[in-house]
Design a binder for this molecule. Structure first.
Ligand SMILES: O=C[C@H](O)[C@H](O)COP(=O)(O)O
Ligand SMILES: C=C(OP(=O)(O)O)C(=O)O
Ligand SMILES: [Mn+2]
Length: 462
C-alpha cells in the first residue's frame, strides 16, 4: 500500500468511535489478511466516472438520487430483493428525469451497507441486556448472546454478500432490465388503485410515446437499453474499509474498492478522527453527513481536510437537519461553504432527522415530515441561489409498513403489519415513488434556476 495511507494501527490510535470489539485479535487479523488478497469489488475508473457525474451535479446540471436500505442483511441477498430495490430506484429516477427534466445520477445504498453506528451500545429487553445490533457486518439481529457477539468472520461475509449483490446489479442495469422500453413492466404488480400508480402509468405512457416517436424518426435507440448505476455505503468499519483500500494500477493512487462512493456518518465525522483520516487518503467520491449541530466551521474544516485540491465532484454534503430545523440550520452551512468558493454537491437526507418512537414502540418516520424537510431544503437553496443537488433516502422495493403517512395514509397501528427493517424505518415502494413525484415537481415548478433542457435541445446542431 502507498506510504500515504496510514496503517490500521495508526488509524485505530486516532480513536475507536463506533467500532466493534473483537475477543480474538488473531482471528480478526486472519480475516483481514484474506480480504486484502481478494479482488476489488469496484474499479477505480468507475469511481472516477461517478465523481465526474457528481461534478455535473455540483454545477447544477444533474441531480443525485441516492437510496436503499438503512441496513442491508445477508439473508436479504436474493434476486427478488435486489430486483425490487433496483426497480423502485430506477422508477424514481425516471420520474425525476422525465417530470423534473433533469439528468439523474443513480447511486444505491446497496452492495455494502452492512454496518450501523448506534446511539446506545446495549439493548435491554425484559430485564436482559445484550450488545446492540450493529449491522450484519458486526453481529446478528437475534436477541441472544451468541448472535450479538462481535464476530470478525462476518467481514468475509460482507465481501461475499456485496460481490453477489453488485454482480446482479451490474447484470440488471446493463442486461436489459433497465431498458426504458420496458418501463411499464417495472411496476406491473403495483398496489392497485393508488394515486401514485395512476400517475406512474400515465408518465410511462407518455415516455413510451416519446420513445416510439424518436425511434420512428430514426434516432439511435441503443442508448436506451442500459443505465449507469453506482454503489455506496457508510465507511464505518475501519478494519474492512482499510483492507479494501487498494492502489489503482493506472494512477498509483489509493481507492476504497468496497464501493463506488462511501460516506462518513454523523457520529464519526470528527475532524481529527480515524474515519476522516482514512477517507482523506482515498480517491473515491465522498459523502459527509451533516446533522443539526454542525457549524460552518465544521463543514469548512471537513472540506479542507477531505478535498484540499478542490476536485470537482469529490465532496457531497448530505444534510439531515430534521423538518423542524432545516430552515434555520441549513443556510449558515451553505453560506459558509459557498463563501469559500467551493462547489460541492448539496444533498438532502430527509430521513435521519425525523425519526421518532410511535406510541406502540416502533421506531418510525412520518412521510409528511420527510416532505417538509425536503421542501425546506429546496426553499433554502432557492433563497440562496444554490443548486439543491440531490436526495438521500432509506427505502425498499417492498410494500412494508415502517413509515407512517403517504398515499395510503399508514397509521401507527399499521406499523405492526409489515415492519421488517433491522435498523431505521424505510419508505415503501408507494411512498418512494410519491416522493419522486414531489421532487420532480419542485425541480420543474420554475422556482429554481436551472438549465432548461428543452432550450438546450433546441440549440443542438443536428
Ligand atoms: O441509521 C442510522 C443510525 O444507525 C440509526 O439511526 C441509529 O439508530 P439508534 O438510535 O436506534 O441506535
Ligand atoms: C447512520 C446513518 O445516518 P447518520 O450518520 O446521518 O445518522 C444512515 O445513513 O443510516
Ligand atoms: Mn439509517
Amino acid at each position: 500500500m502507498s506510504p500515504h495511507v496510514p496503517s490500521l494501527e495508526e488509524l485505530h490510535a486516532l480513536g475507536k468511535v463506533q467500532q466493534p470489539t473483537y475477543e480474538d485479535p488473531a482471528e480478526l487479523a486472519q480475516v483481514l489478511d484474506q480480504l486484502r488478497k481478494l479482488p476489488p469489488l469496484v474499479f477505480a475508473g468507475e469511481c472516477d466516472e461517478l465523481r465526474e457525474n457528481l461534478a455535473e451535479v455540483a454545477e447544477g446540471r444533474a441531480f443525485l438520487l441516492q437510496g436503499g436500505d438503512c441496513a442491508e442483511t445477508f439473508d436479504q441477498v436474493t434476486g427478488d430483493n435486489v430486483k425490487g430495490k433496483l426497480r423502485v430506484l430506477l422508477s424514481m429516477a425516471v420520474v425525476m428525469t422525465y417530470a423534473g427534466q433533469v439528468p439523474v445520477v443513480k447511486v444505491g445504498r446497496i452492495g455494502g451497507q452492512y454496518a450501523k453506528p448506534r446511539s446506545k451500545d446495549s439493548e435491554t429487553r425484559e430485564g436482559v441486556t445484550l450488545p446492540a445490533y450493529r449491522g450484519d457486518a458486526v453481529n446478528g439481529f437475534d436477541f441472544t448472546p451468541e448472535a450479538r457477539r462481535h464476530d470478525p468472520k462476518r467481514l468475509q461475509q460482507v465481501y461475499n454478500a456485496s460481490a453477489a449483490t453488485l454482480n446482479l446489479v451490474r447484470a440488471f442495469v446493463k442486461g436489459g432490465f433497465a431498458d426504458l422500453r420496458t418501463i411499464h413492466s417495472w411496476n406491473a404488480d403495483f398496489v392497485r388503485n393508488s394515486n401514485v400508480e395512476s400517475r406512474y402509468e400515465a408518465l410511462a405512457d407518455e415516455i413510451e410515446r416519446a420513445l416510439a416517436f424518436m425511434v420512428t424518426c430514426g434516432v439511435d435507440d441503443s442508448t436506451l437499453s442500459g443505465v449507469d448505476f453506482y454503489s455506496s455505503h457508510e465507511a464505518l468499519l475501519l478494519d474492512y474499509e482499510h483492507a479494501m483500500t487498494r492502489i489503482d494500477s493506472r494512477s498509483q493512487l489509493p481507492y476504497d474498492t468496497s464501493g463506488h462512493m462511501v460516506w462518513i456518518g454523523e457520529r464519526t465525522r470528527q475532524l481529527d478522527g480515524a474515519h476522516v483520516e482514512l477517507l482523506s487518503h482515498i480517491r473515491n467520491p465522498i459523502g459527509i453527513k451533516l446533522g443539526p449541530t454542525s457549524t460552518p466551521e465544521d463543514a469548512l474544516g471537513l472540506a479542507d481536510k477531505l478535498d484540499p485540491d478542490r476536485i470537482p465532484g469529490r465532496i457531497s454534503f448530505i444534510t439531515r437537519m430534521g423538518a423542524a430545523n432545516v430552515r434555520e440550520k441549513l443556510p449558515p452551512l451553505v453560506r459558509g461553504i459557498e463563501a469559500s468558493g467551493r462547489k460541492v454537491v448539496w444533498v438532502c437526507d430527509p430521513m435521519h432527522g425525523n425519526t421518532f418512537e410511535a406510541a406502540n414502540g416502533f421506531k418510525t418516520r412520518s412521510y409528511s415530515d420527510v416532505v417538509e424537510e425536503l421542501n425546506g431544503f429546496f426553499d433554502v437553496h432557492h433563497e440562496l441561489g444554490t443548486w439543491p443537488g440531490g436526495v438521500h433516502v432509506e427505502l425498499t422495493g417492498d410494500d412494508v409498513t415502517e413509515c407512517v403517512g403517504g398515499a395510503f395514509q399508514l397509521s401507527e397501528s399499521d406499523l405492526v403489519n409489515r415492519y421488517e427493517t433491522t435498523c431505521d424505518p424505510r419508505l415503501n415502494r408507494n411512498q418512494s415513488l410519491e416522493l419522486a413525484f414531489m421532487v420532480a415537481e419542485r425541480l420543474s415548478d420554475g422556482r429554481i434556476e436551472r438549465p432548461n433542457l428543452i432550450d438546450e435541445f433546441r440549440n443542438l446542431d443536428f
